[in-house]
Design a protein around this ligand. Structure first.
Ligand SMILES: NC(=O)c1ccc[n+]([C@@H]2O[C@H](COP(=O)([O-])OP(=O)(O)OC[C@H]3O[C@@H](n4cnc5c(N)ncnc54)[C@H](O)[C@@H]3O)[C@@H](O)[C@H]2O)c1
Length: 260
């Protein structure tokens, strides 16, 4: 019988993480290197990328980390990033669509430019990266994509009004299902993780408001924010062969928020 415990690793895999210079993306890059992968971190600024790469090499005892400036909201930038990576580093076995932004405003006041910007980065960006990096996976008849959605793609969070963000994340969940259905035939699995409230400079700052604290922590059965590492471990699982029969799925990691 196969020892399934050996399958929770990414040894020898090449993993691309978008928006990996900080936050959840950085934790995903770190968890992937710890699981044996070589990682390419994509983000908007070279300086932030180099800083992240140095931190990653430090914390993982010198794992292979490459960096590439890329704006996921631009198809040209994503195509150029793939070309540069493929000639210097090789073909990605795993793509993690993590880059994302949010914007809070009531729907009746939300500037149309803000709506466009959030959808362009969060949803179109994930599609562009999937199509561009997916092309090489299709050619190789093998690959794996993990998208970072949000519980906001499943429920409307309170008290912050964030219609564009919610819609973009609901779109990610359906993008995940659609790509999984179309690309299974090429040996590509596509899954998503839907995190709840995760600790970051921004979420910690919001928690300073009593109203927010009450909704966010009071609404979470586990009674706390999650850590970026608690999202990253689910991503590594989905990208690994331990999840070899899982595709089109969105795994919710929200401390139980959406069960109430
Ligand atoms: N923090 C949370 O509570 C939470 C909860 C649910 C889902 N998420 C999702 O997790 C992902 C990461 O969130 P985070 O909290 O780590 O955010 P963050 O703002 O700390 O990090 C996002 C990273 O993405 C990069 N980025 C932004 N726009 C980009 C673009 N156009 N091209 C390339 N890179 C870009 C940023 O430079 C940054 O390094 C996002 O998709 C977010 O929606 C976060």
């Amino acid at each position: 019988m196969t020892d399934r415990n050996n399958t929770f690793r990414l040894d020898g895999r090449k993993v691309v993480v978008t928006g990996g210079a900080r936050g959840i993306g950085f934790a995903i890059a770190e968890a992937a290197t710890n699981a044996g992968a070589s990682v390419a971190v994509l983000d908007l600024e070279q300086e932030a990328l180099e800083h992240a790469a140095a931190q990653l090499r430090d914390s993982t005892g010198g794992a292979e980390v490459v960096v590439q400036v890329c704006d996921v909201s631009s198809y040209e930038s994503v195509s150029a990033a793939r070309q540069a990576l493929e000639s210097a580093w090789g073909r990605a076995d795993v793509l993690v669509n993590n880059a994302g932004i949010f914007s809070n405003a009531p729907a009746h006041e939300l500037a149309v430019e803000e709506w466009d910007r959030v959808l362009q980065v969060n949803l179109s960006g994930a599609f562009y990266c999937s199509q561009v990096f997916g092309a090489s996976m299709i050619e190789a008849r093998s690959g794996n994509i993990v998208c970072i959605a949000s519980m906001s793609g499943l429920v409307v969070n309170r008290p912050q009004p964030q219609v564009g963000y919610n819609v973009s994340k609901a779109g990610i969940i359906m993008l995940t299902k659609s790509l999984a259905a179309e690309w299974a035939t090429y040996g590509i699995r596509v899954n998503a993780v839907a995190p709840g409230y995760i600790r970051s400079a921004i979420t910690e700052n919001f928690l300073g408001t009593a109203n927010v604290r009450e909704y966010w922590l009071g609404g979470t059965p586990l009674g706390r924010l999650g850590s970026p590492e608690e999202v990253a471990s689910v991503v590594v699982f989905l990208a690994s062969d331990a999840a070899s029969f899982v595709t089109g799925e969105t795994v919710v990691a929200d401390g139980g928020y959406t069960v109430w």
